[in-house]
Design a protein around this ligand. Structure first.
Ligand code: NAI
Length: 344
């Protein structure tokens, strides 16, 4: 009898709370019946100690082979030290679309009860090119690179996604009143692409006004399309609207490969204490399973999460509960094993 080969997926546990939330996510995937082979890779400080670089070739080669990775957070030193392994990875693999949904979750208390935002952040350029230098002591220059190619690419990706998922309206976010050339090009590219999608509503907001409107009435927005830096900031803000960083998943998608990771960082303040909420990475893994077209696994995990959070009311401390990382995971695993189903 021939056995189908197991799907290989690159696994980057990361550092800080990364290994804890990764371990929790692997337990949940296993309970749901996922039969992947994991190719473990390291990045950041751990990789520097072993390989002398923050983003080893082995890691990039692995994702070139597997085309899919599940990644925990990786610490980046502030103000000095090596360039972010996260940013390097996104640029090395041209993971141009950073997709970050922020949706109100049943059983998770938050300020609003009707948020359903989908954020598309351009992931390869803008101020994240990291092109900075000292002009003279006391004066530095940081270059913001915006190209029509990358701006149109993220806009088209968002419009395509919106069409597939039955979303209605896309809003480009910019500061083109001040940065007339760079943000102007981003906005012009969005408008150009929108002309190919007459059934979808398209408009735009200036970033500062958007932030105010998001806090006042987030239900008024559907999809946001943003350049790199604004997307980074607004997606954390959006996470805050629906329960915080502990619950918000994300995906970095490119032409050939995709890396699934939570919006949050390595949370050094709670690392190693069994306190982190693994939900954000578990939900990133659910996005990965959708990408891999494994609806049966998605269904089982969503059922387990629903049962643990809504019926049994087990949540971690960041959500006002008392469960540790492992207690929450135990409960989700039990719920999955009991065949819990999320009601429609
Ligand atoms: P952070 O997201 O790590 O933490 C911000 C706050 O949220 C902290 O109080 C933390 O305890 C809390 N938090 C985050 N995730 C949580 C979770 N799963 N459960 C419960 N509480 C959680 O942001 P911060 O402190 O700005 O960054 C720490 C490090 O992470 C930095 O080195 C940063 O560069 C890196 N980072 C890495 C990312 C990645 O690998 N994709 C993304 C963002 C930051």
């Amino acid at each position: 009898m021939s056995h189908p080969k197991k799907r290989v997926i690159t696994l980057i546990p990361g550092d800080g709370i990364g290994p804890e939330v990764t371990q929790a996510t692997l337990r949940v995937l296993e309970a749901a019946g996922a039969d992947f082979n994991w190719d473990r890779q390291m990045a950041g400080v751990e990789a520097i100690e072993k390989h002398g670089v923050a983003l080893p070739d082995e890691l990039v080669d692995s994702i070139h082979r597997t085309q899919v990775a599940l990644k925990g957070p990786v610490t980046t030193p502030v103000g000095k030290g090596f360039q972010s392994a996260n940013v390097q990875l996104r640029q090395a693999l041209t993971l141009y679309a950073n997709v970050r949904p922020a949706r109100t979750l049943p059983g998770v208390e938050s300020r609003y009860d009707n948020v359903d935002l989908l954020i598309f952040r351009e992931n390869t350029e803008g101020l994240y090119k990291g092109i900075e230098h000292t002009v003279v002591p006391g004066v530095v220059e940081s270059l913001k690179i915006i190209t029509a190619e990358a701006s149109e690419r993220i806009a088209r990706f968002a419009f395509e996604w919106a069409g597939r998922e039955g979303r209605k309206r896309l809003t480009a976010v910019h500061k083109a009143n001040i940065m007339k050339l760079s943000d102007g090009l981003f906005l012009e590219s969005f408008r150009k692409v929108s002309a190919d999608y007459p059934d979808l509503e398209a408009d735009d907001r200036i970033i500062d006004a958007l932030c105010m409107q998001l806090v006042k009435a987030p239900e008024r927005f559907d999809i946001l399309v943003l350049p790199n830096l604004y997307g980074d900031i607004v997606s954390d803000l959006a996470a805050g609207l629906v329960g915080g960083l502990g619950v918000t998943p994300g995906a970095n998608i490119g032409i050939d490969s995709a890396v699934f990771e939570a919006v949050h960082g390595s949370a050094p303040d709670i690392a190693g204490q069994n306190l982190a909420n693994p939900l954000a990475l578990i939900r990133s893994a659910v996005m990965m399973l959708r990408h891999l077209d494994r609806p049966e696994l998605v269904g089982r995990i969503r059922g387990g999460l629903w049962d643990a959070i809504v019926n049994k009311k087990v949540v971690t401390r960041d959500l006002g509960g008392t469960a540790s990382t492992s207690e929450f995971t135990d409960e989700v695993v039990r719920s999955i094993e009991s065949g819990a189903v999320r009601p429609r």
